[in-house]
Design a protein around this ligand. Sequence first.
Ligand SMILES: Cc1cc2nc3c(=O)[nH]c(=O)nc-3n(C[C@H](O)[C@H](O)[C@H](O)COP(=O)(O)O)c2cc1C
Length: 203
Amino acid sequence: MKVLIVYYSMYGHVHRMAEAIADGVRKVKGAEVLMRRVPETLTQEVLEKMGALEAQKAFIHVPVATIDELGTADAIIFGTPTRYGNMCGQMRQFLDATGQLWVKGALVGKVGSVFTSSGTQHGGQESTILSFHLTLFHHGMVVVGLPYSFQGQTRIDEITGGSPYGAATITGGTGERMPSKNELEAARYQGEHVAKIAAKLVR
Ligand SMILES: Cc1cc2nc3c(=O)[nH]c(=O)nc-3n(C[C@H](O)[C@H](O)[C@H](O)COP(=O)(O)O)c2cc1C
């Protein structure tokens, strides 16, 4: 069973969450996990102005995703930073190139799941994930979130990202906050949960 984690990260928060998702997937026997970045669409000049180049060095080794590869996976877990309450443009552009898969129904019946990262606590984590789900539904995917059986999402003793729709982290205005222990646990839980469901479907 093959689980693809396909993500975009500008400053490393989504990348860190993707690593935790991968750890969760690996807990499921027989699950192979592959991490992939979606292609960059911004110029080096713009990335430099946004202060992203240094942070991106940490995950530049992650192979770039191809459209065809999506069709070979049993489950795909997508990660995107919030951009004005939506997925980032890099991810949108990648998904908008999946028409050939849609025509063939290549993703129908595969598990799809989404996680995210936002600068602020109420800056659009839920809208980002829920609006992302629309694309997964159009592809006929079996959409999976983060159930409340991950009890860390009910805690109010500390600020935490995450919702029943998917794991999430809050970065702070300048990206100074990296994913917390609780947020990483949520990501691991989601990875494991997706892999367990995919294992049942491929049987
Ligand atoms: C163009 C732009 C739009 C953004 N929009 C939002 C937003 O609507 N809400 C929010 O909380 N954070 C917003 N952010 C902050 C990003 O979500 C944050 O930088 C990202 O989650 C960090 O993840 P990364 O390190 O993986 O790139 C925005 C950032 C940029 C550059």
